[in-house]
Design a protein around this ligand. Structure first.
Ligand SMILES: [Zn+2]
Ligand SMILES: [Zn+2]
Length: 261
């Protein structure tokens, strides 16, 4: 009789377990609960309603241009958005996977506030697609930190969940303590200018990474890019510690008419 090794047994039980689990709890779309082939995915109907960010976009902050506007920009030989033309950015480039809109909102709200952590694998897949050309040579993957008081209240930092899972997939060092949030800023709501003031100077590089940051390529992860004020202030702190390059990657991007970038 064939003897099974521990690994084969484990694998055998896992496969059998998975088959039984799929029979009892068939995988469902993360958004609408209809049946899907694979767990942690969305169905084709929900996928069609999402707005993925694609070219043409700003070569610095990744703001997507309307096709007409893009023609104007390219005619002028410019591929920077209005804001990137006037603001100095501490990051080299930002990229996001999805527009934050009515269709995508419930995904992020569920993930952020309702413990719907089953979205994690799907979001990491989106990050890998959106950031593919950024990853080569990255030294550390760093989440935008929560203030420790907020972390106690929320129990988990959704950006750190994303950065940890992405680090594992890419086999790059995860550095959840690279940045420290020194100011407990109010939730990201309300007046945009006020929000920019709130996060000014709210981050610093943690003591362990002060020397390690020098000359490094850092990938900063957040769930949503709203006005860019948060990631700008994080990138500024990272550059101050001597990092060579900072890239930003988020799952969602707010494209707001009142913040037309
Ligand atoms: Zn669906
Ligand atoms: Zn821009």
């Amino acid at each position: 009789m064939k003897k099974w090794g521990a690994n084969q047994l484990k694998f055998g039980f896992y496969s059998l377990g998975q088959v039984i689990l799929d029979l009892i709890l068939p995988p469902k779309c993360l958004n609408c609960d209809c049946r899907v082939d694979q767990a942690h995915n969305i169905c084709p109907d929900c996928w069609k309603k999402l707005h993925f960010i694609s070219d043409p976009k700003c070569r610095c902050c990744g703001y997507p241009f309307e096709p007409d506007l893009s023609l104007n920009y390219h005619a002028l030989g410019e591929s920077l958005c209005g804001q990137c033309q006037v603001l100095s950015r501490s990051f080299e480039r930002a990229a996001s996977a999805l527009r934050y809109d009515d269709e995508s909102r419930k995904m992020i709200i569920g993930f952020k506030h309702n413990d719907r952590l089953e979205y994690l694998d799907y979001f990491v897949k989106l990050l890998r697609q959106a950031g593919a050309d950024i990853f080569p040579g990255v030294d550390y993957i760093v989440p935008v930190p929560l203030h420790k008081k907020r972390l106690l209240h929320r129990r988990y930092n959704q950006s750190a969940l994303l950065s940890r899972a992405l680090s594992k997939k890419l086999d790059v060092d995860h550095a959840p303590e690279f940045l420290v949030r020194t100011k407990n800023t109010p939730p990201q709501e309300g007046n945009l200018n006020k929000r920019a003031v709130n996060v000014r100077g709210a981050f610093k590089v943690g003591p362990h990474y002060q020397k390690l940051a020098r000359g490094k390529k850092i990938l900063l992860i957040d769930d949503v890019y709203t006005t860019g004020a948060t990631v700008e202030n994080c990138a500024k702190a990272i550059k101050k510690a001597g990092a060579a390059e900072v890239y930003v990657l988020t799952v969602f991007r707010v494209i707001s008419p009142q913040n037309p970038n």
